[in-house]
Design a protein around this ligand. Structure first.
Ligand code: SF4
Length: 357
């Protein structure tokens, strides 16, 4: 854009630096650019800034849920979540969480930001509140990366000095907004300075998206999580109708094409629905399924979080523990994600733009 405005390319670098590193809120703040240039750009309608956090919901557990304003006139907001101590599921780089489970602490500074990729979602997973919105629109790369920049600024995070993990697990299916999602990742890596190894993208199993993702260079490729949520195609087809288009075997075949870094693992996310996916026989089936893939993998269990108008029931605490123990006994690396911000509807599957209950 700077070149188009008749300026040298290094002016573009200065602009990017101001937006993504200094996190400025307006052109007038970019003192590295001459005042005359700032005035000229303002006169032709340039605007610079980051998405506005329009509303904040604070949970008793420290989690914060934000309604973040998009750049369009449509007034739509997306949800972004800040978890000061993560949720026990994603350490981003694969470390830390194991240490925590081993009883070691000291991993306080591993906040996680959960980022949205679309307003609403078209995938229609039956347990998910966001699905009820339908797809309203996809976010631009700037809107996706901008959520992160706004939240980093709110918490005064110094990138490079503090550990921050990103999970692209908010509203939307990132692989149905692939180009903008990956452009956002490149901005976050190249301009903001975050490591792709501390980022995890979760997909409901969009096979063409996974195949494209497998072709991304390691320098900008986040880690992959697959939202499995059921032990077999029959149950998965009920819980996630998308499974009828891309069944489990097709998803795994695509995931196999991702060239994993050393020590990297693929995550299988598994939502435990009371009586539907949380039985012991399901655990045995999941263990067989994960083993059969032959992939370095871990399973993240999530006890389903209730939402208005959704007919499932929460799993009993004993069922959750039994399930975890059964997978562990089968030699599967398994983690239980702590529900974060359940009281403010910030937990998994609860993101919906309206203020509920
Ligand atoms: S779980 Fe994710 S992919 Fe499924 S409907 Fe909800 S937001 Fe969309």
């Amino acid at each position: 854009m700077m070149v188009e405005a008749g300026e040298p390319t290094w002016r573009g670098k200065q602009l990017a630096e101001a937006i993504y590193r200094q996190r400025v809120e307006g052109l007038s703040e970019i003192t590295t650019l001459p005042k005359s240039l700032r005035q000229r750009l303002t006169a032709v309608g340039w605007e610079v800034g980051r998405p506005k956090i329009a509303q904040v919901f604070k949970s008793v557990d420290g989690t914060e849920r934000y309604l973040v304003q998009g750049q369009d006139e449509d007034g739509l907001t997306v949800e972004t979540v800040w978890m000061p101590e993560g949720d026990g599921g994603e350490a981003g780089d694969g470390s830390g969480i194991e240490a925590e489970w081993a009883g070691e602490t000291g991993s306080r500074s591993r906040a996680t930001i959960c980022v949205s990729s679309q307003v609403g979602c078209a995938v229609n997973c039956r347990f998910c509140l966001t699905a009820k919105l339908g797809l309203q629109r996809s976010l631009s790369a700037g809107e996706i990366a901008g959520q992160v920049v706004s939240v980093l600024e709110r918490h005064g995070v110094e990138v490079g000095r503090e550990r921050v993990n990103l999970v692209f697990m908010g509203m939307g299916e990132p692989f149905l907004n692939y180009d903008n999602f990956m452009a956002a990742v490149r901005l976050l890596v190249e301009e903001v300075g975050l490591s792709p190894q501390r980022m995890t993208v979760s997909t409901s199993g969009i096979v063409p998206g996974i195949e494209r993702f497998a072709g991304e260079p390691a320098e900008v490729r986040p880690k992959l999580a697959i939202s499995l949520n059921a032990p077999n195609d029959e149950v998965r087809g009920e819980v996630m109708p998308i499974n009828r288009k891309w069944p489990i075997a097709a998803v795994i075949e695509a995931a196999r094409k991702v060239r994993l870094r050393s020590r990297e693992r693929i995550t299988f996310e598994y939502v435990l629905l009371g009586g539907v996916t949380d039985q012991l026989e399901h655990a045995a089936e999941v263990a067989r399924l994960v083993r059969r893939t032959g992939l370095p993998a871990k399973v993240n269990l999530i006890a389903w979080n209730p939402g208005p108008g959704i007919e499932y029931t929460m799993p009993q605490a004993e069922a959750v523990e039994r399930f975890r123990a059964a997978l562990g006994a089968e030699g599967i690396a398994v983690y239980l994600r702590r529900p974060r911000g359940r009281d403010i509807f910030a937990a998994c599957g609860q993101l919906k733009r309206t203020v509920e209950g």
